[in-house]
Structure formats: C-alpha cells, structure tokens
Design a protein around this ligand. Structure first.
Ligand code: MG
Ligand code: MG
Length: 275
C-alpha cells in the first residue's frame, strides 16, 4: 500500500460534471437495489434491480467483468465484508447487507455502497451501520476541511474510537481510492490513522471514501470462490461508500442525490454544486 503514488488524475470541472452523471445513476440504482433487499428476495434480485437502472440510463457496469466479477453489485451479507457475489441466497429477517455498485458513462466512473438491514434490525447491527455511515461522512467532511488525504483516515479513526458502547473495528485490508477514468486509481484512502499524511487535497481530486467496520476482530479471509471476503471470527461487518469530488469552490458528493448537503450540514460542511 504505497503512499506518494506517482499519478493522481486531477480532473477538470467539465470532467467532474461527467463523473456526476455516472454518480447520479449509481445513486438511483442503489435506491432500487436497497428497495429490492427484502426478506425472501435473493441477492440476485438485488443485483437485477441495480442493473435495470444502469441499463435504462445507458450506463455501463464497472463491476461486471471486473477481473471476471459476474454481477453489477457486490452484496455482502452478515460476516461477509466485501465482494459478495449475488446468487440464489435468500435474504432472512435481520440480515445486514452491504450493497456496493458502480457504473461508468462515457468512460467516467462512479462507485458507492450502502449498508442495509433486512426486516427487523438487531440494535447492535443498526449501530454498526449507523456508525459506519457516520464514519464515512466524517471522512468526507475531512476531505472538505483537511489539507492531506491522510486527514480522512484520521477523522474516521478518531470518530470510531470515540463512539460509546462496544468498540467497533476498522478494517485495514481494504481501503478507499481515487476514481475517474478508471474505478480504482491512486491514491489509496486509508480508513485509519497512520503516520503518513498522504498527498495534498486540491481541486480535481476525486476519491471513493469507503470505511468498512466490524463488530469483532478486523482479521479477514477470502473464501474459495476467490471473491467473497469474510471476517475470520464471523463477526458482522458493514460498508458505506461515496464518490466525492474536490473542485475549485468546494466539495460535491457525486453519488449523493443532494451532493451530501443534508448529511454534511451537522458537521458544518456545505457542499457546493458544480456550476
Ligand atoms: Mg464500491
Ligand atoms: Mg470503491
């Protein structure tokens, strides 16, 4: 996991506008995927709901075919952390899902994930999802207010460590990333505090900020399908993610319908729309 990677792709305003188009489609496709995640549905149904929206929009899946991945979203259930493959698995009351999807339009990418609890939530799972989501927003606020990419991980780590109740773990095996003409670009965006400050935050920087939290130990392993990552102790996990752009007048959350306005207001951050 190298810092100071050579080639961050800084985007022009016009390129960010193109990424916004993809981001909005991802947001609407996730709305449909979340609505499809009900007791008795399969994880394939969730994928189909997402895929229908991106197809309708004329967007291209950036998950399907990615290193051979067979679906348009990852649906990771309970102890599955990331990269769960949609299939015949039937969703049960109380399952906690992370639905992670993306698309590209004219070669510009968006990537976003939401935690969802199916049916009746275990209060500790609800807390896990709420804290993971808030950790993501704290990271986004740090992109708005900070000077270095490392400030994002510091803010996420500080917030998660300060939450009252049973401690939650921050996964270190998977991190956020730059995004633009490819889904995964430099720089890595760590979700925890390190001694590295990371590259400077400046206009044109577009990042996918995606903390992954667990109720137990942060150790993970990959299943025999070569995709699905689970916690080694089978504790439940959750992921939230947004694609965010830094432009000349501020930040805008490209995969949020309102650009992040509502969720960032309590943190004192006012996102600025792309003019
Ligand atoms: Mg993602
Ligand atoms: Mg991502």
């Amino acid at each position: 996991m190298a810092f100071g990677q050579p080639s961050i792709e800084y985007k022009t305003k016009d390129q960010i506008r193109k990424m916004r188009k993809a981001g909005l489609v991802v947001s609407r496709a996730l709305d449909a995927a979340v609505a499809a995640a009900v007791v008795g549905a399969t994880t394939s149904d969730v994928d189909a709901a997402f895929e229908a929206v991106i197809n309708e929009a004329g967007a291209k899946s950036n998950f399907k075919g990615y290193h051979g991945f067979p679906a348009t979203v990852c649906v990771s259930v309970n102890e599955e952390v990331v990269h769960g493959i949609p299939g015949p698995r039937v969703l049960q009351d109380g399952d906690i899902l992370s639905i992670d999807g993306g698309c590209s339009i004219d070669g510009w990418h968006g990537d976003s994930a939401r935690g969802v609890i199916v049916g009746t939530a275990d209060p500790e799972d609800q807390r896990l999802s709420d804290v993971t989501e808030e950790a993501m927003w704290r990271g986004i606020a740090a992109l708005a207010n900070g000077s270095r990419v490392g400030d994002i991980g510091n803010a996420i780590d500080d917030y998660v460590s300060s939450v009252e109740g049973k401690p939650l773990g921050i996964l270190e095996d998977y991190v956020g990333h730059g995004i633009g003409t490819a889904m995964h670009q430099a720089p890595d965006v760590l979700n925890y505090r390190t001694g590295h400050r990371g590259p400077k935050i400046r206009p044109g920087l577009c990042l996918a900020i995606e903390p992954m939290l667990v109720r137990g130990d942060i150790e993970t392993k990959t299943l025999d399908d070569d995709w699905t990552v689970v916690t080694t102790d089978a504790s439940r996990s959750c992921q939230w993610e947004h694609t965010v752009a830094v432009h000349d007048k501020g930040i805008w959350v490209l995969t949020a319908e309102d650009g992040g306005t509502a969720k960032l207001a309590p943190l004192g951050v006012t996102p600025v729309p792309l003019d």
